[in-house]
Design a protein around this ligand. Structure first.
Ligand SMILES: C[S@@+](CC[C@H](N)C(=O)[O-])C[C@H]1O[C@@H](n2cnc3c(N)ncnc32)[C@H](O)[C@@H]1O
Length: 248
């Protein structure tokens, strides 16, 4: 639970600048996944949400929640950061949806209250998965789905922190990536698992893995967040893991 307060401070601090830089691209059209803004229509990960009770776990400024509410989902936007939730409140469309503040590590929702829990680089990147995944599974009804996109270990292992870019050489060990420091010394942390650990955490929470989508952008598609060398890095190696699971 150590990173909750540091991550809250971090996202409250960077929210304004982050939204100035990224909001327009994240929300350019509904349902864009990840660092390369790949449409869900190409990946078929989320499915029809009409009339479904949906939880976005780490909704940020609510670009996804806003789109799903407009499609007729009964969405709750959930986030640790008050500043991020304020951005979501300010950007809400005609289809209103509730915003709830809290941590993915300790969800304040009753068991079996959602048909879909999902996020795109949200709570399952920023909370320890061995805590957040069982919480997500707990609030899913039977047959409900947990779908989420996170950075992949290839991407993290090739990341040259000093140069601030992702390279074609391994910079770090694959085993033991575990935690990624997100600011100098103030404790903000994101989390990274090996493929095997993801399988064990998901299955350990009682979930069935239906698919592991590896979003692959077309050559030349820009990464909205990280410099990469070569620029078409993610056309050649998987930058992200988009897990599709359900509670049986
Ligand atoms: C990269 S944003 C994801 C939102 C949106 N998809 C985007 O790309 O901007 C990460 C979000 O996770 C939230 N977050 C960080 N730690 C969290 C936690 N423990 N529980 C829930 N949300 C958390 C942050 O406040 C932030 O809004």
């Amino acid at each position: 639970m150590d990173s909750i307060s540091a991550n809250r401070r971090f996202w409250n601090r960077i929210s304004g600048a982050y939204q100035d830089e990224h909001d327009a691209r994240i929300g350019a059209t509904p349902r864009l996944w990840g660092m390369y803004s790949i449409p869900d229509a190409h990946l078929n990960a989320l499915g029809d949400v009409t009339g479904r009770r949906v939880l976005e776990l780490g909704c940020g400024a609510g670009q996804w929640s806003r789109a799903l509410a407009a499609e007729g989902a009964d969405v709750v936007g959930f986030d640790l950061s008050e500043a991020q939730l304020a951005a979501a409140a300010g950007a809400m469309g005609a289809a209103r949806y509730p915003l709830v503040q809290g941590a993915a590590e300790q969800l304040p929702f009753a068991a079996e209250s959602f048909d879909l829990v999902f996020c795109d680089f949200g709570g399952l990147s920023w909370a320890p998965p061995h805590l957040a995944v069982p919480q997500a599974a707990r609030v899913l009804r039977r047959g409900g789905r947990l779908v989420f996109n996170v950075a992949g270990p290839w991407f993290e292992a090739c990341c040259d922190e000093a140069a601030g870019r992702v390279t074609t050489t391994l910079q770090r060990d694959y085993f033991g990536l575990d935690t990624i420091a997100e600011d100098e010394d103030q404790g903000a942390t994101s989390y990274q698992l090996t493929y095997g650990d993801w399988v064990r955490v998901l299955r350990g929470a009682g979930l069935v893995i239906d698919d592991l989508v590896e979003p692959r952008p077309e050559r030349g598609t820009p990464n909205g967040y990280n410099e990469t060398d070569p620029p078409d890095w993610a056309h050649r190696w998987p930058a992200e893991l988009l897990w599709v699971t359900h509670r049986p």
